[in-house]
Structures are given as structure tokens and as C-alpha cells.
Ligand binder design. Structure first.
Ligand code: NAG
Ligand code: NAG
Length: 586
């Protein structure tokens, strides 16, 4: 019968005043004589709400906060105080807490940080801010928020309804000012007087765009580099400064003109800011003591919309002077090689070496032998002329090579002398002719036909010419028309002896002689003549020597060698390896 909804304002506190009595429950049976007892149960009964059990007055004994709990469901009953018997059925009622504007709008994510490109148009949106108000948005204006800007004008503005912060000043330049602190207020009650307000800060940074062209920090750079600087050495650094930052300040440099275009290179350092000039070709002060370079620096990242502010390039002049370096004397050859005749007389000039000072000063050069290279002092060098001569007779059996280091030194008064070395090899030539040492004797089988190789010969020469031996073989002039044998130079330092006819018979003629000439490839040509002895032997059908002439038996070594060759030839035949060897068998 008295179920009802109570609306309580939040923050209502029972213990303060009489008005804390929020509702009186009253039973029709209550005669006011105290015989009835009121009981309250349900949400918050006893803790948030109490009831005066004799009057039925309900009190809130705790602060009510709609934002914590907006309604309570309670039940009340009237009972007989003495019997505790219910006088009426239990009655449910709901206490709804009514909103009051007790929460100010809050920027939960603040303070904020935002970035907008410099030179942005008026109205460009920077960031949207949202303030939340805990009050009841469905009741009154307690949660109706309006935004306004407290600090940051005239650069920025805020949309009162949406909270969007926008650029409000044209052509804001990062290079002039980069950071702005904007204070935004959100006020509830639709912004009216009496509304609660919350504020936040937005730190806005202007980001860079490429709106400034680069400019060299010097119109003319003066650099110098020693002429000895190797290719790749750094000559100097130039810088086209740019008020922009990051990629908008990145540079690419190029040499666009000047007489040093081919001699120097320019690259950009790893930070992409500086131009590094390096040596591209070796320098020579005496040839060209200075260079001029016209260098262009250009921004690598261009903003298409800002080309009209360009050109984003600048040009400077770099003047490079080449410094003279006292260079050591230079020999006219990197090394010398000399062959010395056998038994060269003491005092023979072996070689005239020559070195000169490459510098403009053209200092006098003095020569000496590096001592450790000629410990036994075979040689002497004339200090001013560079004539190297022998001072002891050379003994080839002791030393066939003399590797001498010659020193050239510039004479500079009051200065450290600079010097250079060159090796000089002296070969003590023992000018021997080549000769045959082996196979002066050989044999031919009676059944051997014309055009067969009966022996291959090799010469030796005790000399050690550079580039190796090159022997050539020929028949001696008196044997050129020999009808019986001939010779073939194999062009590999060997020669083959061949038959020119067949029909040999040791009974007709048991031994032949063949003079051959062997020459070396040196200058002057040395040659020797060797006389080959050829025995006619009877052989079996496999080519084995059975018997030779009487003279041959007196030279068993030669014969046994001949026999061995025949056996080897036989093996080669079996293996099918060597046609020239098989020739000699047939
Ligand atoms: C001298 O130099 C030559 C050529 O480089 C070399 O073959 C020879 O072994 C050297 N001799 C000595 C003793 O160093
Ligand atoms: C070539 O052989 C024939 C016949 O044996 C001989 O008479 C002649 O002297 C030989 N010639 C030479 C140059 O040995």
C-alpha cells in the first residue's frame, strides 16, 4: 500500500539536519501508540539507510553518490512490536539517487602532445580532446561540456563542441618558434556560469618542412693537401647549412666545374650534411700546385608544394693548394739487372745508376751501397756519378749472384736527408757454351727404316741466364748433306737423331759419325760441336740388340744403355704410349 519511489539528491547526508529524514513510512494500522515496529531490508539497509522503527522515518546515514550507485531497492514492513507479527505484507520500494553537478569535466589522457607541420593552413586540425564528465548526461546540463582555449592564442583555437584543436594563425614557422603550450578548458553546464571546469595542457610542436634552401657557410673555401697524399685522402670538409632539420637538411654535393674536377672527388659524410673532398688522382706539386673546384650542394628531399621557394641548391668555390713535399730521389729504373763477364777485371764499371730529385729544388743526389747487401765489399759506387764498379775479383764458384741495394740520398743542408733504395742484381756470368754430356754414342738396328728416331739428345749449360736456357741444335756444316742421318730440333731444348735411309748392315759399315752443333740463346751466342757415334747393331724382330760391331763391345756402358732404351721402347710399344720410341724399334 505504500510502495513508492524515493528520489534523493546525491550527497544527501542524513546525520546533518532534519531534512535528512527523507521519507516516512506509515502504516494505516499505526495508531501512534508505539505498538508498531518498522523494519527495513534490502540494498543498503542498515548501512546506507536506517529506519526509525517506531516512527517509520527513513534516514540516509551515509553519503549518497549517484556516480557510485544510482539506485537502491529496499523493502519495508510493519510488525507488531510485541508479537513481531507482520501487520502488512512486505513492501518493496526503490530509492533513486538524483544527479547533482558534483563532477567537473576531466581530460583523462592529458597532458597531450601533438605535432603539426609548420606553414599549415588556418583550420588544420591538430588534435581532438575529449573531456569526460561523470555526471548524468541524461539529466540537466551537468554533463554538457563546452571547450574553450585559455592559453595558446592566436596560434591555436579549439572547437567549443568537438574539442578539436586547430591552427588559427597562417605561416607559422618552425625556424622561428617550434614549441607551443596550449591550455584548453572544458566546462560543464553548457559553459554557463556555475559550471564546473577542468583544464589540460597540449604541447604542440611544429614539424619541419623543407622551406629553407641550403647555404654554404663560406663563399670560398681554402684548403691544402700535401702532394704525397694518397688517392682517397680527405682534403677538407664543406657545409651548406640549412635551417631545416632532418631529411630536409640532407645534402648531396657535386663538383660542377673547375680545373680540379678530375683530380678531386666529393662525397657526403654519413650524417648526409657535410661534403668531404678527397683526392681522386695522385698529385704532383711540381706539375700543378693548385686547383679550383666549383661545388654545388643540393637538398635531397624536396617538397613538391614548396618548389617556388627554391632553388634548394647553393654553390661555393673551393681552392685547393698542393703542398710541396720533399720527395726522395727517384731512380730511373725500379731495379737494375747486370750480367758481368767472367773474370771481369777489378775496377770494371758494372753499371751507371742514376737518380734525381723530383722536387723543384732539384737537390744533388749522392749514391752509396747499402752495406749489408755487399758484406764482402766486392763493389764500390762512385758517390756523385753513381758508377758501380768491382773492387775485388769475383769468384763465380763462391757467389754467382750479388744482390746489391744502392742508396740515393738528397743532400739538404740543415735538414733530414731523404733517400730511396733500389736493388741491383749482378749476375757473374760464366760464359759457357752448351754441350752434350750424354748419348754421345747410340745405335741403329740393321732393319731400321728411313725416317726413324734412333735417339733424343739434350744439352746442358752451366750458365744461368734469366728466363731459362734456350738451346738450338743443327747438323755441323760438313754433315748437312749426310745421306745416312739427320737431326730434328724439337724446340724444347732437345733434338732427335733420325735415319735417312734403311738397309743397314754392320758388315758393310759398323759405325758412323755425325757432328752436331748446339748453341745457346744468349748474347753473344755460344756454341759447341759434338760428335755422335752411331753403331750398327743386329737386333731381333722385337728390336732387342743382339750384337754390335767390335768397337761397340768395347763401350759396354753405351751398349747397355742402348739395350735399356730398346727394352723401354718395347714397353712403350706395348703400352701404346710413345710413337717416337716405337719408331726407333722398327
Ligand atoms: C738475388 O736475386 C735473384 C733475382 O731476384 C734471386 O734469384 C737470387 O736468389 C738472389 N740471390 C740472393 C743471394 O739473394
Ligand atoms: C753413308 O753411308 C755410306 C754407305 O755405308 C757410306 O759410304 C758413306 O760414307 C756414308 N756417308 C757419311 C757422310 O757418313
Amino acid at each position: 500500500c505504500w510502495s513508492q519511489i524515493l528520489r534523493l539528491p546525491e550527497y544527501f547526508h542524513c546525520t546533518l539536519t532534519d531534512s535528512s529524514e527523507l521519507q516516512q513510512l506509515h502504516s494505516d494500522m499505526d495508531k501512534g501508540d508505539g505498538s508498531i515496529k518498522y523494519i527495513l531490508t534490502g540494498e543498503g539497509a542498515g548501512s546506507t539507510f536506517t529506519i526509525d522503527d517506531s516512527t517509520g522515518d527513513i534516514h540516509a546515514i551515509q553519503r549518497l553518490d549517484r556516480e557510485v550507485k544510482s539506485q537502491y531497492v529496499l523493502r519495508a514492513q510493519a510488525r507488531n512490536r510485541l508479537t513481531d507479527r507482520p501487520l502488512e505484507p512486505e513492501s518493496e520500494f526503490i530509492v533513486k539517487i538524483q544527479d547533482i553537478n558534483d563532477n567537473e569535466p576531466r581530460f583523462l589522457d592529458g597532458p597531450y602532445r601533438a605535432t603539426v607541420p609548420e606553414m599549415s593552413k588556418i583550420g588544420t586540425s591538430v588534435i581532438q580532446l575529449t573531456a569526460t564528465d561523470a555526471d548524468d548526461p541524461t539529466y540537466g546540463n551537468s554533463a554538457r561540456v563546452v571547450y574553450s582555449i585559455l592559453d595558446g592564442q592566436p596560434y591555436f583555437s579549439v572547437d567549443a563542441k568537438t574539442g578539436v584543436v586547430r591552427v588559427s594563425l597562417a605561416d607559422m614557422d618552425r625556424e622561428t618558434r617550434e614549441d607551443y603550450t596550449v591550455v584548453i578548458q572544458a566546462k560543464d553546464m553548457g559553459g554557463q556560469l556555475g559550471g564546473l571546469a577542468g583544464t589540460t595542457t597540449v604541447n604542440i610542436t611544429l614539424s619541419d618542412i623543407n622551406d629553407n634552401p641550403p647555404m654554404f657557410d663560406q663563399r670560398l673555401y681554402q684548403m691544402s693537401v700535401p702532394e704525397s697524399a694518397p688517392v682517397g685522402s680527405v682534403v677538407g670538409r664543406i657545409w651548406a647549412k640549412d635551417k631545416d632539420i632532418g631529411v630536409n637538411a640532407e645534402m648531396r654535393y657535386s663538383i660542377i666545374d673547375g680545373d680540379g674536377r678530375d683530380t678531386f672527388d666529393i662525397s657526403t659524410d654519413p650524417t648526409n650534411l657535410f661534403g668531404i673532398i678527397t683526392v681522386k688522382k695522385s698529385l704532383n706539386f711540381e706539375e700543378k700546385p693548385s686547383y679550383t673546384l666549383k661545388v654545388e650542394g643540393a637538398n635531397t628531399h624536396l617538397d613538391a608544394g614548396l618548389r617556388h621557394r627554391g632553388p634548394f641548391t647553393d654553390v661555393t668555390i673551393v681552392h685547393v693548394s698542393v703542398e710541396d713535399v720533399d720527395e726522395p730521389p727517384l731512380f730511373d729504373a725500379p731495379a737494375y739487372y747486370v750480367e758481368l763477364k767472367e773474370d771481369a777485371e777489378v775496377g770494371t764499371v758494372v753499371k751507371n745508376v742514376s737518380a734525381r730529385d723530383p722536387d723543384a729544388a732539384n737537390n744533388t743526389v749522392r749514391y752509396s751501397i747499402e752495406r749489408s747487401s755487399d758484406p764482402e765489399k766486392y763493389f764500390y759506387i762512385e758517390i756523385t756519378s753513381g758508377s758501380l764498379m768491382t773492387v775485388r775479383s769475383l769468384d763465380r764458384e763462391e757467389n754467382s749472384w750479388h744482390n746489391i741495394t744502392v742508396l740515393a740520398m738528397e743532400m739538404i743542408i740543415n735538414n733530414t736527408p731523404v733517400s730511396d733504395f733500389t736493388p741491383l742484381w749482378v749476375l757473374d756470368v760464366n760464359d759457357n757454351p752448351p754441350s752434350l754430356t750424354d748419348y754421345l754414342e747410340m745405335s741403329v738396328c740393321e732393319q731400321t727404316k728411313a725416317g726413324m728416331v734412333i735417339q733424343t739428345v739434350t744439352a746442358v749449360d752451366p750458365d744461368e741466364p734469366r728466363g731459362g736456357q734456350h738451346f738450338s741444335y743443327s747438323l755441323a756444316p760438313e754433315a748437312v748433306n749426310n745421306p745416312n742421318f739427320t737431326l730434328r730440333d724439337n724446340q724444347d731444348n732437345t733434338a732427335s737423331i733420325l735415319t735417312r735411309r734403311g738397309g743397314w748392315s754392320k758388315h758393310d759399315q759398323s759405325v758412323f759419325y755425325l757432328p752436331i752443333v748446339i748453341s745457346d740463346g744468349e748474347q753473344p751466342v755460344k756454341s759447341s760441336t759434338s760428335l755422335l757415334t752411331i753403331y750398327v747393331c743386329s737386333c731381333n724382330h722385337e728390336g732387342y740388340i743382339m750384337s754390335c760391331s767390335a768397337e761397340a763391345y768395347s763401350l759396354p756402358a753405351s751398349i747397355s744403355r742402348g739395350a735399356l732404351i730398346a727394352i723401354l721402347a718395347c714397353i712403350f710399344v706395348l703400352l701404346g704410349e710413345s710413337p717416337s720410341a716405337s719408331d726407333s724399334v722398327n
